[in-house]
Design a protein around this ligand. Structure first.
Ligand code: NAD
Ligand code: 6OD
Length: 496
């Protein structure tokens, strides 16, 4: 794909809502969506007002009472498989839309984001067939007994509030299980990445999903579509991925009406690299975990603890790997790292770069803005950056930055490494690099996180529980764990 022609065509496009099986009518307000790689206008996006959100929730409620509400699991699963096939059929459109919204390199979008978007529908189409329920026969005083059994019913209308870092992947990670379980959804994509959620509406229609089952409203969070949706009394549950502070705000809103929430939130993930690791693997895996998607992965590593005997060698090799990353045209297959999502996010990341220097960090690599050629000079690029020498109390070591950067500190003993890794309000993920399996088991049991990798990073079986401890989330997604949130368990007791 060549970038410039594609971008110019896209400049005239409009992105809207998707309500009751129709591209929603735009209201009076629109906002601009810009390509983070160049700063050029990609599209104008409709912003939903409260009335538009009402319409979307009404459509979702009406669909629950229609054919969708009476459909069996097998039929729902067949539709989900057609949705997966539809994404695959329109693969290039999804790739292009996601790239223009995010600035991600083509290799990443076409190997991770879009295939996973399709896979999520197939995985949950399979998963729903495996759901079992308990039953108990109990004695009664008259000797006839009673049978208790549990049934799972959909929650109803689920509000799906999404971030911008893996737009289609993370949105479908919620929408697919919600639909597999028979719910209807209203999705609010991030204001930074509106396009693939809207495009998915077309695929839903092509797959034969009844109107009103999948709805999308575009807009911002606070005092906009996100807040209107989460506080809507017609919403029965809220699933959210994003920042911890936003999670707190949504939780307050969800308190009204006692609506359940499922939250995947921020992180400040540590990697622990022991001296007995395979150094090549550890450097390669850690480089991916720090720099993939320009550091905008919730599971990414921002704190590195490296055992002292290999500290210098490891830091030098990781800095070397960072220096070799290719920044450039996202549509060029050779590009390894794209820009940050926006100028605003770049200002935030650069403020941490400045703070690190002010706090006395030694900058091993990067630390500023790269020189980008031509039209890319208008993008929100930053240099991949590594520091060492900061105290653990430094803001840069404590707060989530969500950029292509990490701080590297030495440790001596296993206990010390565990204590350092656990010294965080967050608890999403840890990567442990060691050849000593007994140690790996010991440390994995002690780190206070939802996901631990040993000699790997971002290796995922989609049936396993995914989520964070402490301020990194509430609940678990993946496999049957998603089904637990998207269904309500009811007990039926029959006197025999
Ligand atoms: P964000 O919290 O700023 O926004 C996420 C979504 O919430 C957006 O759609 C936004 O419009 C909406 N929103 C904001 N305020 C709202 C409100 N008051 N009511 C309702 N909706 C509101 O997050 P982001 O910047 O899009 O994403 C980056 C963050 O997401 C990082 O903190 C990252 O760690 C986290 N994240 C976590 C996971 C995970 O699985 N744990 C995955 C991806 C991203
Ligand atoms: O792989 C997934 O299912 C998942 N939820 C990834 C989250 C990545 C966060 O940025």
């Amino acid at each position: 794909m060549s970038s410039s022609a594609q971008t110019l065509t896209a400049a005239s496009s409009q992105v809207g809502h998707f309500i009751d099986g129709q591209p929603g009518r735009a209201g009076r307000t629109r906002f601009e969506n810009r390509d983070p790689a160049t700063g050029e206008l990609v599209s104008r996006v409709a912003e939903a007002d409260e009335a538009m959100v009402d319409r979307a929730v009404e459509a979702a409620r009406k669909a629950l009472r229609g054919p969708w509400g009476r459909m069996g699991e097998a039929e729902r699963s067949a539709i989900l498989r057609r949705v997966a096939a539809g994404i695959e059929r329109r693969f290039d459109e999804f790739v292009r839309a996601e790239m223009l919204d995010t600035g991600k390199p083509v290799g990443l979008v076409s190997h991770l984001d879009i295939p996973r978007g399709a896979a999520n529908f197939n995985v949950f189409a399979d998963q729903v067939a495996t759901l079992s329920s308990e039953s108990f026969r109990m004695p009664t005083p008259d000797g006839r007994g009673a049978l208790n059994y549990a049934i799972r019913v959909p929650r109803g209308v689920v509000a799906v509030i999404c971030p911008w870092n893996l737009p289609l992947l993370l949105m479908t990670w919620k929408v697919a299980p919600a639909l597999a379980c028979g719910n209807t959804v209203v999705v609010k994509p991030s204001e930074e990445t509106p396009s693939t959620a809207a495009l998915l509406g077309e695929v839903m229609n092509e797959a034969g999903l009844p109107a009103g089952v999948y709805n999308v409203v575009q807009g911002f969070g606070s005092d906009s579509a996100g807040e209107y949706l989460t506080r809507h009394p017609g919403v029965n549950g809220i699933t959210f991925t994003g920042e911890t502070r936003t999670g707190e705000a949504i939780m307050r809103t969800a308190a009204s009406g006692i609506r359940p929430v499922s939250f995947e939130l921020g992180g400040k993930n540590a990697a622990i690299v022991f001296a007995d690791c395979d150094l090549d693997d550890a450097v390669e895996g850690t480089a991916r975990s720090v720099f993939a998607n320009c550091g905008q992965v919730c599971l990414g590593t921002e704190r590195l603890y490296v055992q002292r005997p290999i500290f210098d060698a490891f830091a030098a090799r990781l800095a070397d790997a960072a220096g070799k990353l290719v920044l450039g045209d996202p549509f060029d297959q050779r590009t390894g790292i794209g820009p940050l999502i926006s100028q605003e996010h770049r200002s935030k990341v650069l403020s941490y770069y400045e703070r690190a220097k002010a706090d006395g960090a030694q900058v091993l690599v990067g630390g500023g803005i790269p020189d980008m050629p031509g039209r890319f000079a208008g993008g929100s690029w930053v240099q991949p950056t590594l520091w060492t020498g900061l105290p653990e109390s430094s803001t840069v070591v404590r707060e989530e930055i969500f950029g292509p950067c990490a701080h590297i500190a030495p440790f001596d003993e296993e206990d010390e490494a565990v204590a350092l890794a656990n010294d965080s309000p967050y608890g999403l993920a840890t990567a442990i690099w060691t050849r000593d399996l007994a140690r790996a088991h010991r440390v994995a049991a002690r780190v206070e996180v939802g996901i631990t990798w040993v000699n790997a990073w971002f290796l995922r079986d989609l049936r396993t529980p995914f989520g964070g401890s402490k301020q990194s989330g509430i609940g678990r997604e993946g496999g049957v764990h998603s089904m637990e949130f998207y269904t309500e368990l009811r007990n039926v007791c029959i006197k025999l």
